[in-house]
Design a protein around this ligand. Structure first.
Ligand code: GLA
Length: 688
């Protein structure tokens, strides 16, 4: 029986339909349209080489029958049958959710497609459940979270990133004219290179042009697969990477996909702002989602592995004086951790560095009015550690293969319940016994030799490991509701919406050069809330490319401001600059962390970045130069966004006070004089 299913979001309509055979098709996703206008067309084989289904827009394509393009789902039944056929069984519609159940009638198994939608947002949450209602095991070979059918036959530009350690989130855009375009990770984390996201458009800009976009909430090996088919239709799937993945779903059990967040916007600014607002309201751990994040000091860049009560307290005193609210002691405090060759796994306080324990430091930090945080790397172990000596079988390994090391470390097999429990209890013990209110959870190497002898189907480890990470994070947060968690993986190697569902923020990149950071932050801000983007002011590169202290702050204030410079080496003048900038940041923090973001100018086109954050009360504009192209020039036509056309705004620029209308600022814009290499300016616009 033919049926139409439709729902509206803030400005869009999404429509699906079944044909007489119960096959589920995608009919529409775009500007609001009356649902009753839609109907399902009959399919016909185009000719003997292109089947009806091959060109059809199915909502969730399974591998089976006359299907030759890529599928979202593939499985192997107990009898060896690898042909899936899922048709309509039932549906449930509520105010915020459409749930459609498809069934393979020959085996009784079900695919349950969830569409969660909101009247105040254009972001839709999608996920799929595979329910094994049959009497036998079923091996799921591919299980994407969604398939997106993009409208029209005009080729799309597809945006993702091509980053690396120290150069994360480098935005790249390619036009997909034919075949496949794949962005993925096979590393066990989402990694530094591609992101589990896409933006598809026909030449959109920051301010306008339709952009379809999606971001997967998953921190493991992922795949984003775009295809332009023989009829020039573009489809995109996001999900767990099917490379080396399968999952045996036992009779009576179900497999749930990671969530994917999809939207459609007018321009990239709207895309980022819609995603960011949605993430704050629905994705981030809710205990801190709507609260501004503290200005933290992290000691890694200052003291490395050489931590002790004295040097940490010395830094902490200065950190408190300049206005930091949280002090995080990074690597080096545990086990025999004097360099990166030993100690991971031994999560007890190093008695030589802290002969009287760690509480003297924590109490000292608390007495200075700051909370205390600590670094862990709970998924790892090193050969030179008590943990490895006691449990050499706790790592991923194959009996006949030597384990590869990276940074001298090995990956713990978190799919073993006892290993998951150990990782949890290591942090739990420290939290139970000390006033620790923040954990930076690091993960410094990809998986290798991925043997897990405890699993009947070893290919499940990719998903099981990631789920264990999330479970541990959730348990910690449940037991210690005041605990803030930061996800880190050698910088931004695990910065995705999956991590942000369980951790309050992420470490963006180990590269803290304030100029390099602008490109990294530009890429990060496309899909992720800048609130979650930890940004330290450090001494990185200061011997090679000295950058003025104000510039360093201007760069870091565009996210969640933090400090990592060696405060013991800063001049009194620089410490005062730190203090002034931190005080200023605290004032503008709600605007930066919760305002609308507009990337007005970028270095590739203009030689500088101009980034604006606006809310109903005004705006703040950060302008930072990159390179020497603009030596002694003026920056013309810096036009703002997101202001009230009819309101007046007061601002000071170059020592002069101005009052201009929102219409003037958004259409004529401002001119910035006296521009020099590495100039940086902040302009505050206050609504009258
Ligand atoms: C990783 C992190 C850094 C720091 C070091 C400590 O590289 O990204 O911020 O914590 O580990 O070893």
């Amino acid at each position: 029986m033919k049926q139409i299913f439709a729902f509206d979001t803030k400005t869009l309509t999404y429509v699906l339909g079944t044909d007489d055979d119960g096959r589920l098709f995608h009919l529409y996703w775009g500007k609001k349209i009356k649902h009753s206008d839609f109907s399902v067309d009959e399919l016909n084989d185009a000719n003997s080489n292109h089947s009806d289904l091959d060109g059809a827009c199915q909502e969730y394509t399974v591998f089976g029958g006359k299907m030759y393009r890529n599928c979202a789902f593939k499985c192997t039944y107990f009898d060896g049958c690898r042909d899936a056929l899922y048709t309509y069984k039932s549906h449930i519609e509520s105010e915020n959710e459409l749930v459609i159940t498809l069934q393979d009638k020959a085996y009784g198994t079900e695919l349950v497609l969830h569409f969660v939608h909101y009247s105040d947002s254009d972001v839709i949450t999608r996920y799929v459940e595979f329910c094994n209602n049959s009497a036998d095991d079923v091996k799921v070979d591919k299980f994407m979270s969604c398939e997106v059918n993009l409208p029209g036959l005009e080729p799309y530009y597809i945006q993702n990133t091509n980053g690396s350690w120290g150069g994360e989130f480098q935005v790249k855009t390619e036009k997909l004219l034919a075949g496949y375009l794949v962005f993925d990770s096979r590393k066990g984390t989402s990694g530094h290179t591609n992101q589990p996201v896409f933006a598809a458009h026909h030449g959109a800009t920051e301010k306008n042009g339709t952009v379809y976009y999606g971001a997967l909430g998953y921190s493991g090996s992922f795949k984003v697969e775009a295809q332009c088919d023989f009829e020039n239709r573009t489809r995109i799937m996001l999900g767990i990477n099917d490379f080396d993945f399968s999952y045996t779903v036992k009779s009576g059990e179900k497999l749930v996909s990671p969530k994917v967040y999809l939207g459609c916007a007018d321009g990239f600014a709207q895309m980022s702002n819609d995603m960011s607002k949605f993430a704050v309201a629905h994705i981030l751990p809710q205990s801190f989602a709507d609260k501004p994040l503290p200005v933290l000091y992290n000691s890694w860049e200052a003291t490395g592995f050489d931590v002790n009560t004295e040097n940490q307290l010395s830094l902490a005193k200065k950190a408190a004086e300049i206005g930091c609210e949280l002090f995080v002691m990074d690597d080096g405090w545990f086990g025999e951790r004097n360099d990166d060759r030993a100690g991971l796994g031994d999560w007890f306080v190093n008695a030589e560095k802290f002969p009287d324990g760690i509480d003297e430091l924590i109490d000292g930090v608390n007495a200075l009015g700051m909370d205390f945080g600590l670094w862990f790397e709970p998924e790892m172990v090193q050969r030179d550690s008590d943990l490895f000596r006691a449990h050499p079988d706790w790592i991923y390994h194959y009996p006949k293969r030597a384990n590869s090391e990276m940074r001298h470390q090995l990956v713990l097999n978190l799919t073993k319940p006892e290993v998951e429990e150990y990782a949890f209890s290591a942090m739990d013990e420290m939290l139970k016994n000390h006033n620790i209110r923040y954990i930076k959870w690091d993960m410094n190497r990809p998986f290798s030799e991925i043997g897990a002898e405890n699993l009947e189907n070893g290919q499940e480890l990719w998903l099981r490991h990631t789920e264990a990470v999330y479970r541990i994070a959730d348990r910690l947060k449940e037991k210690y509701p005041y605990l803030q968690l930061e996800a880190c993986s050698s910088g931004g190697g695990r910065a995705d919406l999956g991590a942000m569902e369980h951790f309050d923020m992420v470490w963006t990149s180990d590269n803290t050069d304030p100029v390099d950071r602008l490109a990294i932050q530009y890429g990060f801000s496309q899909f992720y809330p800048v609130k979650c983007m930890r940004a330290w002011v450090t001494d990185w590169n200061s011997d090679k490319r000295p950058v003025p202290m104000d510039y360093r702050f201007n760069s870091s204030m565009q996210g969640s401001l933090s400090v990592g410079a060696n405060l013991d080496r800063l001049s009194a003048e620089d410490l005062q600059k730190c203090k002034d900038n931190i005080a200023f940041y605290k004032k503008i923090r709600p605007l930066v962390q919760f305002g609308n973001l507009y990337r007005l100018k970028t270095a590739d086109k203009n030689g500088y970045y101009a980034t604006e954050y606006a809310n109903g009360d005004g705006a703040i504009l950060f302008v930072c130069g990159v390179g020497t192209a603009l030596f002694a020039q003026r920056l013309h036509d810096v036009t703002l966004c997101g202001l009230d056309e009819n309101a007046q705004y007061i601002y000071t620029l170059g020592g002069r006070k101005y009052t201009k209308s929102g219409a003037y600022l958004m259409n004529k814009g401002i001119v910035i004089d006296d521009w020099n290499p590495l100039s940086s300016v902040i302009v505050e616009f206050e609504k009258v």
